[in-house]
Design a protein around this ligand. Structure first.
Ligand code: FA5
Length: 379
């Protein structure tokens, strides 16, 4: 027994002196491990007589408990010391500059759409949407352009499948809607007028920004571009409401009070009368700057979009009683007004996906257009 006590004293000293967890584990194996001396001492109990066992067992068990507790306490102390050392060595210098992070930017078209929505929401307009893959009834017929109407040809429409393939073997039959209408990429946002009136009737006050498609391409025309449609239908609506709405919108959009609009007589099958909307501008350092009367010296007029009083035939197609309601509508080229506001000169660059162009003209995601802080991006 005195041998065991000597071993115990030595083991406790070794445990206390263990410099790390590995050294401590060596002590555990040497004492409490399967082949350790404490385990061996416990095994001797089996060969003892009951009297001897009664005398020796409590002492051996006490040695085992004391060593196990010493190991446990030392383990906790070593782990705490190790953690403290890691915390001390792994400090982060919060004063260092943040690592370079990739920066995203808002595309000018998205920025202008946000600005439009902000201004028109303030005027009480809701935002409506419609499908980009349309049928010819919504895109043409219901807008007072029946199948033989010459205005259909002016739109350079993309049909499904491509009508230019019609005589080749690639044209596997003309795709149609289940009720026999031609399918096409919408050529303007005006079909949203029809869809919105059919869905919610009158009175109605909506804008519908979105993508439109025409087979057209040069510096000021692209096969895909963006328009914003506006539609107001109510009792007693007249051309003065249209002019006021457009003037109020453009003043807020260009953030200038000296915006002068010219409504020029025009023709659209879906409006009567129809007017094209021109804005006065001047050239400053090779850049077009809106503002002022277009006929003033050094000024000119620029077309921004089409508009007019909703043709009563269109109201009828959309299920609205033209004897009770009147309306005005407009369609503006978003890309064009973006170019004008932010001084870009080639429409095609909008769709090139060139990161350098986006870095130059893109807008910060933090620059949210609000009427109180100004709708124009400051980037
Ligand atoms: C229309 O598309 C009519 N739906 C607008 C309208 C709506 C009139 C409601 C009356 C009532 P237009 O084809 O002129 O009209 O196009 C409107 C505007 O879209 C143009 O003034 C121009 O700013 C823009 N636009 C037309 N074609 C292109 C193109 N290929 N690329 C870029 N912008 C274009």
């Amino acid at each position: 027994m005195s041998d065991l006590h000597t071993q115990q004293t030595e083991a406790l000293a070794a445990i206390a002196a263990a410099a790390d967890l590995a050294a401590l584990d060596e002590q555990r194996v040497a004492t409490l491990g399967k082949k350790g001396w404490v385990s061996a001492a416990l095994k001797t109990l089996g060969q003892m007589s009951p009297e001897e066992r009664a005398a020796a067992a409590p002492a051996i068990q006490a040695i085992r408990t004391e060593i196990a507790e010493a190991i446990e306490a030392k383990k906790a102390a070593l782990e705490a010391a190790e953690l403290a050392e890691r915390l001390a060595s792994e400090t982060v210098d919060l004063t260092l500059p943040a690592p370079a992070a990739p920066k995203g930017s808002i595309h000018p078209v998205s920025q202008v759409m946000d600005e439009l929505a902000e201004i028109f929401a303030d005027l009480g307009f809701a935002v409506a949407t419609g499908p980009e893959i349309e049928d010819d009834w919504h895109n043409f017929t219901a807008l007072n352009m029946d199948e033989t109407h010459p205005a259909r040809a002016m739109h350079d429409t993309f049909y499904f499948p491509d009508k230019t393939l019609a005589s080749s073997s690639e044209a596997v039959g003309q795709q149609k809607t289940p009720d026999g209408k031609d399918i096409l990429l919408r050529t303007h946002t005006s079909p949203v007028q029809i869809r919105s009136m059919l869905a919610q009737g009158a009175p109605i006050r909506i804008i519908a920004p979105g993508r439109v498609y025409r087979s057209d391409s040069d510096a000021t025309h692209t096969p895909m571009f963006h328009q914003v449609e506006g539609l107001v239908v109510d009792k007693g609506i007249h051309l003065g409401h249209l002019k006021w709405t457009l003037e109020t919108f453009f003043k807020a959009f260009f953030e200038r009070e000296d915006i002068v609009l010219r409504l020029r007589p025009s023709y659209f099958p879906f409006t009567e009368p129809s007017v094209e909307v021109d804005v006065g501008y001047s050239n400053e350092g090779g850049r077009r700057v809106v503002g002022g009367h277009g006929d003033a010296p050094g000024h000119a007029w620029m077309e921004l979009g089409g508009s007019g009083m909703v043709n009563r035939r269109v109201l009828e197609f959309a299920g609205v009683d033209p004897y009770e309601y009147q309306g005005f509508a407009f369609g503006l080229g978003i890309d064009r007004i973006a170019m004008l506001k932010y001084g870009m000169n080639d429409l095609r660059a909008f769709f090139d996906g060139d990161a350098r162009w986006l870095t130059h003209y893109g807008f910060s995601p933090f620059d949210q257009p609000t009427l109180s802080a100004g709708v124009g991006a400051r980037a």
